[in-house]
Design a protein around this ligand. Structure first.
Ligand code: AMP
Ligand code: GLY
Length: 442
């Protein structure tokens, strides 16, 4: 049995949030509003998390270091933001040491850690996804792509820092990528197996749900913007903006997604003895054949978490407690009316090579009502805040309508309320949510 903290009614909890992105700043920001939280640590955190939490210089993948710190500081509960420590088994290690933690075990986190595992699970349990084949042998893979229709999608099995997926337009490109994975092994073991799948078209949405392994409650749906430039051009990034909820994803479609994707996946993982507890987040595509899974994530999305938590009225500790006590069936989430939108400000040339150490000037944005600036790649140097990553800030705003949320977020940027040299951002975040035509398949 986990040592669950005792009196939840008192402001007495000490929490550790693991990670250092915009998602973790949003988590820390939300936890700081809880009536039940006394102190928050963030490892390693960023300049934004340091406003609400004590940053601790322990890397999010240093599981042993984190466990020692939790023991030393008598931390009641740890929440893990990024996938890497979950895939590496942080939950298993903490549980073994009787430390309370939220997230899937190593076995359950394979749903994100291994595309082959996820695809085979979906095939076995009839969860809708793109048709696929798995290959380990270069010659066999090449002979398959030679006779395939294009475009098709090639995915490395494991984690490749966002570079493991290729939408191949023709045989030449497919052959080259397969060679990189299976012969040159540029991603090492992560690319030793590949999934080759049909290319689907439709709007992509992020559908996050919280589960105790048996029951679940969905968060508001959101939409990420993964490409680097306006109109979805340029390379794939970690996500350059998101909004929530998605206007054309109606209640009926949400229910269908829950019935044909979320519920059967949680059930499948239980049946496979990989009980999944935490945040299950499938990346979906809404095709003319209905919603299908592009990939599974075993954690909150970044930047989707920023607008979603911005609208969540429920105390996050109540959500965590429901997971730990396996009482998700009792959990009801309550939401602020309207929409929220997060525009990510990135370093020029991200996701390629980019410069760091640019001084960030903050003016009114941090003071504007209804706007929150979540930090990602930032750090404190003396009394200055400087850039330290590709994605730097997430200007997050609310509005009664999506249109107003868009206006509010961009106004905060155009007034130069935040600024650093060579900053880059997309100008069309949220526009897809206003264009009904795009959602006709849904
Ligand atoms: P993944 O890491 O699997 O989400 O893939 C990254 C991105 O590649 C997705 O967000 C999609 O834009 C694209 N993608 C992945 N799989 C497919 C597919 N089967 N059809 C079309 N696009 C895909
Ligand atoms: N926004 C995409 C992700 O969190 O994986």
């Amino acid at each position: 049995m986990l040592p669950i903290y005792t009196r939840m009614d008192k402001k007495q909890l000490i929490i550790l949030v693991v990670g250092s992105g915009g998602r973790e700043h949003a988590l820390v920001w939300k936890l700081a509003q809880s009536k039940k939280v006394k102190k928050i640590f963030c490892a390693p955190g960023n300049a934004g998390t340091s406003l609400f939490a004590q940053n601790i210089p322990i890397d999010s993948t240093d599981i042993k270091g984190l466990a020692n710190f939790v023991r030393k500081e008598k931390i009641h509960l740890t929440f893990v933001g990024p996938e890497a420590p979950l895939i590496d088994g942080i939950v298993d290690k903490f549980r073994k040491n009787k430390l309370a933690i939220i997230g899937p075990t190593r076995k359950a986190a394979r749903i994100e850690g291994s595309k082959v595992f996820a695809k085979k699970l979906m095939a076995k349990y009839s969860i809708p996804t793109a048709k696929f084949r798995v290959f380990t042998d270069f010659k066999k893979a090449v002979s398959f792509v030679k006779s395939s229709k294009y475009p098709l999608v090639i995915k490395a099995d494991g984690q490749c820092l966002g570079k493991g997926v290729m939408v191949a337009e023709n045989y030449k490109v497919a052959n080259k990528f397969l060679k990189k994975l299976l012969i040159d092994k540029i991603f090492g073991m992560s690319g030793e197996k590949v999934v080759i799948e049909e290319c689907l078209t439709g709007q992509e949405v992020s559908f996050m749900a919280v589960t105790d392994g048996k029951n679940f409650v969905s968060f508001l749906p959101s939409q990420d913007h993964k490409r680097a430039f306006d109109f979805d051009l340029g390379p794939n990034t970690g996500g350059l903006g998101a909004y929530s909820p998605v206007p054309y994803l109606n209640k009926k479609l949400q229910k269908r997604i829950e019935e044909i994707i979320i519920a059967p996946t949680i059930q499948a993982l239980r049946q496979e003895k990989c009980l999944f507890q935490g945040i299950l987040y499938p990346g979906l595509i809404l095709t003319t054949d209905g919603p299908k899974v592009l990939e599974f994530n075993c954690r909150f999305g970044d930047p989707e978490t920023q607008p979603v938590l911005f609208l969540l009225k429920t105390d996050l500790i109540d959500v965590f407690e429901a997971i730990l006590k396996k009482q998700i069936y009792k959990l009801k989430l309550s939401w602020a009316k309207g929409f929220a939108l997060c525009v990510v400000i990135a370093s020029k040339d991200y996701p390629g090579k980019y410069e760091k150490g640019k001084i960030i000037h903050f003016a009114r944005a941090t003071l504007t009502k209804g706007v929150v600036v979540f930090h990602s790649g930032t750090k404190n140097i003396g009394d200055k805040i400087v850039t330290s990553g590709g994605r730097v800030l997430g200007i997050t705003a609310r509005g009664k309508t999506l249109k107003i949320a868009i206006k509010n977020a961009y106004q905060a940027i155009s007034k130069k309320d935040v600024h650093f040299q060579n900053m880059h951002y997309r100008h069309d975040i949220g526009q897809k949510g206003l264009n009904k035509k795009l959602w006709q398949t849904a």
